[in-house]
Ligand binder design. Structure first.
Ligand code: CMX
Length: 426
């Protein structure tokens, strides 16, 4: 048994007891009132989900298991996965055990390559990636054990197996999606003795003489890993998993949600917007030119990608971390300079639009410029990198949900006429 599984086998039963007691004493207390505007407004602000892996206070941004993101930017994504699941960072032995376990599981079944090869050449990279995850459903340990009649209290064990089996393979699959979709040549086999993110960077085949790109990938895969439970990808995955569909189904489904332009696809749109300004003004634009362009975008009815957030009301600390990386490694890069300048200008513009609740940059505002600098210039690929990282959070959340024995997610909906009748006398 891996050290991770051993640790979780100690933690989960205690946690289940704690929750049982908590519910017994407080089950009838009110957590959230729901206004009609929230019913028609994507349930924004309704507190109706539990998520122990991370939280996002609007004035602080991502906190993973009680640790603010700024204290985690130097950690490996594998350490973050351990933290998401157990609530603690791993010691050296635990980290090595997890890394060895992932290495042992990294071989991708041959049929996955065949499926990718047989999809239309112009498929969106997210469609290729999510299909590859779904097609591996036949490997699910949870589905096998469920068919054999496993006890509910043990659901988390094969779910953890599925999580590790999937996470181990994602870098190779994602790297092949890149190489196949953008004609970069043969598939690159995983190397031994590289960490998870470093191996992904290696298999992408990006020239990386001084290891900076691998550093960026470690940061990238750490920053996007989790963002509490209500975002489109995590919530969709949780809903699917709550019906006891296994992780292959739920992760693929959740990541289909990540492929939307208001969610993870914003990173591809954001760099396109930045480059459009540069093309229009013949290089890094001046601040007044950027201001004008931002207004033109808004007046044409489009969103300024990379800005705004459903929960945050500050500059996203994930953006801060990318900005710090850019300042350290590519301060003079014209695309990065434009991203910094956009940050100086766009919040002031958006703040003048009354309906926009958060004028500040989110995670997607800066990441593309850094990838572009190292030669990953195919914007439509960027969301796949987000997805590789978000898989850590979704997998951890689903393992925890199965350990807690959370039931099927099934909120109540009502027709408009019913809502009108309900509120007629208020
Ligand atoms: N540019 C223009 N308009 C914006 C805006 C932006 N960056 N951010 C919000 N708005 C608009 C909304 O479209 C909405 O307009 P309508 O009422 O006409 O539909 C209004 O302001 C109110 O929106 P809000 O309450 O401030 O924000 P929401 O919670 O509804 O939406 C988000 C949040 C992220 C979808 C939105 O800010 C947005 O579209 N941003 C640009 C896309 C983006 O960067 N998405 C990535 C988010 C991070 C991630 O998940 O990856």
């Amino acid at each position: 048994m891996s050290l991770l599984q051993q640790k979780l086998a100690e933690i989960f039963p205690q946690k289940v007891e704690e929750i049982k007691e908590f519910l017994k004493d407080n089950g009838d207390k009110i957590v959230s009132d729901v206004k009609l505007a929230q019913v028609f407004g994507g349930m924004r602000g309704v507190k109706a989900l539990v998520c122990d892996t991370s939280e996002v206070p609007p004035d602080k941004g991502l906190i993973i298991r009680g640790i603010e993101l700024k204290h985690l930017v130097d950690k490996l994504p594998e350490e973050i996965f351990w933290l998401l699941l157990t609530g603690e960072l791993p010691n050296e032995e635990e980290l090595r055990d997890l890394q060895n376990d992932l290495q042992a599981r990294q071989r991708v079944p041959e049929y996955v390559w065949n499926v990718i090869d047989n999809m239309p050449a112009e498929s969106h990279p997210m469609a290729l990636f999510n299909t590859a995850i779904l097609v591996m459903q036949i490997e699910s340990e949870f589905a096998k054990k469920y068919a054999e009649g496993i006890a509910k209290a043990d659901y988390w064990i094969p779910t953890l197996e599925d999580a590790l089996n999937i996470i181990a393979k994602l870098p190779a699959i994602a790297a092949y999606v890149y190489r196949r979709r953008f004609n970069k040549g043969q598939r690159i086999e995983p190397a031994i003795n590289k960490d998870w993110a470093e191996n992904y960077a290696y298999m992408l085949g990006i020239d990386d003489p001084n290891g900076e790109f691998a550093k960026l990938m470690r940061l990238y895969l750490t920053l996007h890993s989790d963002h509490e439970g209500g975002n489109v990808s995590s919530f969709s995955a949780a809903t699917i998993n709550s019906g006891l569909s296994d992780l292959y189904y739920s992760l693929s489904g959740g990541l289909n949600g990540l492929a939307g332009p208001l969610h993870g696809l914003a990173n591809q749109e954001c760099l396109a917007w930045v480059l459009e300004t540069m093309e229009k003004f013949g290089g890094a634009p001046a601040t007044d030119q950027l201001e004008k362009f931002a207004w033109e975008t808004l007046e044409s009815g489009k969103v300024v990608p990379g800005y705004g957030h459903a929960v945050l009301r500050i500059t996203d600390p994930r953006f801060d971390a990318f900005l710090a990386f850019g300042k350290k490694y590519m301060a003079e890069d014209p695309v990065f300079k434009t991203v910094s300048r956009v940050f100086d200008v766009v919040p002031n513009v958006l703040a003048q639009v009354k309906k926009i609740k958060d004028p500040w940059p989110n995670v997607d505002a800066g990441s593309g410029a850094l990838l572009y600098h190292y030669g990953v210039k195919e914007f439509s690929y960027y969301t796949v990198m987000f997805a590789v990282s978000r898989a850590l959070g979704i997998c951890a959340q689903n393992v925890v949900s199965r350990a807690y024995g959370l039931p099927i997610i099934r909120p109540k909906s009502l027709p408009t006429a019913k809502l009108k009748a309900m509120l007629a006398d208020q």
